[in-house]
Ligand binder design. Structure first.
Ligand SMILES: [Zn+2]
Length: 179
């Protein structure tokens, strides 16, 4: 193969010396999914060798959108903001959810993704679990959750978020924008 596409660079530090630690067929054999570890910073991430995302997510409103592990990651990161949860644990959770929904085939319901995230968070951090659970019933979508938490962090809420407790509103302020 020629030069590496930029997607194989470490999303954490940008290094291109990454090591493949697992490969398997994905998306009904239409792509190869590779689990990689960064030689520089140890960050673990996943690449799909083929390019176009084939897994579609059916939102609650019926719309279909391509699955994005980055959006999923952002949603989970919002839930664990300021909690003692290692980034690697979040990456692993996103990875597990991605594997599960990919195996299930396209399209996957956003509710199913939310349910899997919730299941993973339950074992990871009780506060993050409760945070996610509190909005899951309203949004049922990790991506929407990330947006919601980010909105709370910007302090732009007025009345619309009165379903959330004071604690959750306070915790929402911790959402990081350090990308
Ligand atoms: Zn790295």
């Amino acid at each position: 193969m020629g030069r590496y596409p930029s997607s194989m660079r470490c999303p954490g530090c940008g290094a291109d010396e990454t090591k493949v630690i697992d490969s398997r067929p994905a998306e009904a054999g239409n792509s190869i999914r590779r689990r990689r570890v960064c030689a520089r910073c140890g960050n673990r991430f996943t690449t799909y060798e083929r390019g176009t995302p084939l897994l579609m997510v059916r939102k609650r409103n019926g719309r279909l959108e391509p699955f994005s592990s980055e959006k999923l990651n952002n949603g989970v990161m919002a839930a664990v903001a300021d909690r003692p949860v290692p980034r690697e644990a979040v990456a692993d959770l996103v990875e597990e959810v991605e594997v599960a929904v990919t195996a299930g085939g396209s399209p996957v319901a956003s509710e199913e993704i939310g349910r899997l995230v919730l299941e993973g968070l339950r074992h990871l951090d009780s506060v993050a679990y409760l945070r996610f659970a509190s909005v899951y019933k309203d949004f049922q979508d990790a991506e929407d959750f990330g947006r919601e938490m980010a909105a709370l962090g910007r302090g732009s809420s007025a009345g619309e978020h009165d379903k959330l407790t004071d604690e959750e509103t306070t915790l929402g302020v911790g959402v990081a924008h350090d990308r």
